[in-house]
Ligand binder design. Structure first.
Ligand SMILES: *Cc1c(COP(=O)(O)O)cnc(C)c1O
Length: 459
């Protein structure tokens, strides 16, 4: 008998989670104004809101924390992290920040001004938020295949080079401070970018004299997909692939809460001293001195260790197989999802799940609320609420994809939990014809509204 696949770790510490009744959940979600972010975590049984900062640290990370050096300047933890970043990514210069969006804030303060254009592949919401906050514009150049959920394509995160070149031709060089490539591409479904595409983007960017930065939250998952799907890299190690990926960038922003498996942390990596020096002032202003920037010494130690664990093949195989394990059950039942499965999440195609619901009633949000009521499973809307209003016209932006994301925390849940989630979603699918009404907005913030929006049921 062939030995089956099994996880590459065992469990040392556990945390209790509670089930609830349907009646309780109906009450709680109403009190939360139908915003899943407003639920208390003990009102949730399986929490797939995000894979950000929700991972389980290893025994080695916890022991590294005890060795943290809390000196303000010149701490050994800083140098340990600096060495780990240089070793894994190849970037010689770095600035620590408290999380990914802080890295964006610091980098963009140094590089972006009003009226600028930042091309990329489906910019992440905080990235776009930081660009638009500076009255600049993010232009999405993702390949069209990304927007057809059932279409099988190995690298749906890729940039369409024609779209990119059109942007580079249209605007003068001074108005394009950087190209931002997100690996894996979160907003299009955790989809990877190929090395061939990274190389082509970099070549084109060099031609036009524009630097390329990678938004790298899930760089290791991206490398895993490259190993599986890009012929030339089949026999390379994950770390070799990672180095090759980053050789096509002038720098990176990192949310360490993702692939570095820590609960808080981030950084910016730079190839050029000039970029590093420009950003340094803003780092000191917003985050802290350059030797810790928003992190304690112990956090930097855990992060340094996490960068190594997050780039181990066995760990990545365990992780991505678990996401696919959930995806397969859902897809085999005929529920429409973004395919191939993403690295960190399954994205349910809410428009095809609830085809009759008007887009004005927030289709993916409606599905998210139903899944919560069904089983206490919390996902998150990646759709019209997240897409926000157009900054100029203030009209709702209706994105091509209206998705419910089920993000899997790293090393946290077992496959029994995945079975539970699949069953809950299947139950909602079986009664989808009864879901005829969505939600309208009671109250919303002017930017990044999805975090705090309050909703009511359409009567
Ligand atoms: C999470 C994330 C960010 C922002 O990082 P935070 O640590 O949440 O501030 C930026 N880009 C991508 C692709 C992300 O997934």
């Amino acid at each position: 008998m062939e030995l089956p696949f099994a996880e590459s770790y065992k469990i040392k510490t556990v945390e209790s989670i509670q089930r609830s009744t349907r009646e309780e959940r109906l009450q709680w979600i109403k009190e939360a104004k139908y915003n899943l972010f407003n639920l208390r975590s003990n009102q949730v049984f399986v929490d797939l809101l995000t894979d950000s900062g929700t991972g389980a640290m290893s025994d080695k990370q916890w022991s590294a924390m005890m060795m943290g050096d809390e000196s303000y300047a010149g701490a050994s933890s800083y140098y340990k992290l600096k060495e780990a970043i240089a070793d894994i990514t190849g970037f010689e210069y770095f600035l620590p920040t408290h999380q990914g969006r802080a890295a964006e804030n610091v980098l963009f303060s140094a590089l972006i001004k009003e009226g600028d254009i930042v091309p990329g592949n489906s910019h992440f919401d905080t990235t776009k938020g930081h660009i638009e906050f500076r009255k600049a514009t993010a232009v999405d150049c993702t390949i069209d295949e990304a927007f057809h959920t059932e279409l099988d394509h190995p690298f749906k995160g890729n940039v369409d080079l024609n779209k990119l070149e059109a942007v580079l031709k249209k605007y003068p060089r001074e108005r394009i401070p950087l190209i931002m490539l997100t690996i894996t591409c979160n907003s299009s479904g955790g989809q990877p970018v190929s090395i061939a595409n990274m190389r082509a983007v970099k070549q084109m960017a060099d031609q036009y004299g524009v630097p390329v930065f990678f938004d790298s939250a899930r760089f290791a998952e991206n490398a895993y997909f490259i190993k599986l799907r890009e012929e030339a890299y089949r026999d390379k190690s994950i770390r070799e692939i990672v180095r090759e990926m980053f050789s096509n960038a002038d720098g990176m922003t990192m949310s360490s809460k993702k692939d570095a498996i820590v609960n808080m942390g981030g950084f910016i990596g730079f190839r050029h001293q000039e970029h590093f020096e420009k950003a340094t002032t803003f780092n000191i202003l917003f985050e802290g001195f350059i030797n810790y920037g928003g992190m304690s010494g112990r956090d930097m130690n855990a992060l340094a260790q996490g960068l190594y664990e997050g780039t181990e093949f066995d760990y990545l195989e365990t992780r991505i197989n678990q996401v696919a394990y959930l995806g397969k059950q859902i897809r085999d039942y005929g529920i429409p999802i973004q395919y191939p499965y993403g690295g960190h999440a399954i994205f349910v195609d809410a428009k095809r799940f609830l085809p009759k619901l008007p887009k004005e009633q927030f289709v993916a949000q409606t599905l998210g609320v139903e899944l919560y009521i069904e089983g206490g499973v919390r996902g998150v809307e990646i759709g019209t609420l997240l897409a926000d209003r157009d900054p100029v016209t203030r009209e709702n932006r209706y994105p091509d994809l209206e998705l419910l994301r089920l993000a899997i925390p790293r090393r946290v849940y077992t496959n029994n939990h995945m079975d539970y989630v699949a069953a809950a979603l299947i139950n909602v699918f079986d009664r989808r014809k009864e879901i005829t009404k969505g939600f309208s907005i009671l109250k919303e913030a002017p930017i990044l509204r999805h975090f705090t929006v309050e909703l009511e049921r359409v009567k």
